[in-house]
Design a protein around this ligand. Structure first.
Ligand code: NAI
Length: 332
């Protein structure tokens, strides 16, 4: 019987966890499953005191109850966000929830910049053209980042680095966050209301968590307030954005361009090879048709450093809870 059952695990997760596990005198027995955690698969963890889950696993009340009935007392999220967990139900089942609040904010911030720069300069299209022997530059005109106004929505661990990188690119940076970062203030970043940020910005990047107040933060109304031709980048969580409204804004040309690393309905798409399948999500399929949309499949976290930090912290979280000690990364 494994001590720890890991769901949604890919070869790159396994490498990081196996290495981190060997750093301990008494390594855990770990069962790695590629399948997502759902009501149907939860029983695979029967007998494991700990379960490790990821962003698109189902941690609803029913799933948590099955895990608890099977002997699981710790659920370790190997990510920062936990919007997919019924936190109250975990408490009712006597399950301790832990997470990895920070593993490499640089990884996510750098990917955010990569999307922004790549989209602006049409790198994805240019690469395809050159490989196809098409050296035309028509349609590939970008803009200088220097001098543009960038709005960073959420200046926590990731957003603060994004803001700093944009400042280094000589953008004027405005920020939206209930908590002001004094180091950013010192750089000259100004905190403004969401409305003012959207009105002013040439580039808007979403780096806040998905909570009740931020669900569809960027909806039809917010998009209407945005500058004509502005760029929107979302590496936070899919449902920060009302995707239907974004498609409409792209269709009428009001939204200039869009980069996504996360998507509202990504649970049924991302992290798997679906190149032989028909995509039955019409909204996502429509997004793929726009030349001014760049999408990556939730890979902002995917650096060697981040994977190693995720594995180390997750295993330490589990050990701490099982030892009956206070774990600083406890959600509830
Ligand atoms: P964090 O908790 O350090 O910072 C979040 C910031 O958002 C905080 O400063 C908070 O005050 C602010 N905030 C909360 N409500 C807000 C609102 N209504 N408007 C503006 N700001 C608001 O989180 P961190 O580490 O910076 O991560 C940010 C988000 O990035 C995570 O919640 C997660 O959803 C996402 N993420 C995405 C990854 C990916 O691979 N695409 C990987 C890791 C995180």
């Amino acid at each position: 019987m494994a001590d720890l059952t890991m769901f949604s695990s890919k070869p790159y997760d396994r490498t990081g966890f196996e290495a981190a596990n060997q750093h301990h005198d008494a390594p855990f027995g770990i069962d790695f499953f590629e399948t997502r955690l759902t009501e149907r698969t939860a029983s695979l963890a029967a007998g494991s005191v700990a379960v490790c889950a990821f962003v698109n696993d189902d941690l609803s009340a029913a799933v948590l109850r099955t895990l608890s009935d099977g002997g699981t007392s710790v659920v370790a999220m190997r990510c920062a966000g936990f919007n997919n967990v019924d936190v109250g139900a975990a408490g009712d089942c006597g399950i301790t929830l832990v997470r990895v609040p920070s593993y490499s904010p640089n990884a996510v911030a750098e990917h955010t910049l990569a999307l922004m720069l790549g989209l602006n300069r049409h790198i994805h299209r240019a690469h395809n053209r050159v490989r196809d022997g098409n050296f035309s530059l028509d349609g590939l005109v970008g803009f200088d980042m220097a001098g543009k106004t960038a709005a960073v929505i959420g200046t926590g661990r990731v957003g603060a680095i994004v803001a700093r990188l944009l400042w280094h690119l000589r953008c004027e940076v405005v920020a939206v966050d209930p908590f002001e970062d004094e180091h950013l203030l010192e750089l000259g970043v100004s905190y403004v209301s969401l409305n003012e940020a959207l009105t002013k910005a040439d580039i808007v990047t979403l780096n806040c968590p998905l909570i009740e107040q931020t669900h569809h933060l960027i909806d039809g109304e917010a998009l209407a307030v945005m500058k004509q031709g502005a760029m929107l980048v979302n590496t936070g969580r899919g449902a920060l954005v009302d995707t239907d409204a974004v498609v409409e804004a792209l269709k009428i040309g009001h939204l200039g361009s869009l980069a996504l690393d996360v998507y509202e309905e990504e649970g049924d798409l991302f992290f798997e090879d679906r190149s032989d399948e028909i995509i039955d999500d019409d909204v996502f399929a429509r997004l793929l048709t726009f030349p001014n949309v760049l999408i990556t499949a939730h890979q902002a976290f995917l650096t060697r450093e981040a994977l190693s930090a995720i594995a180390e912290t997750t295993l330490l979280n589990i050990r701490t809870v099982l030892a009956g000690e206070a774990c600083e990364n406890t959600i509830s």
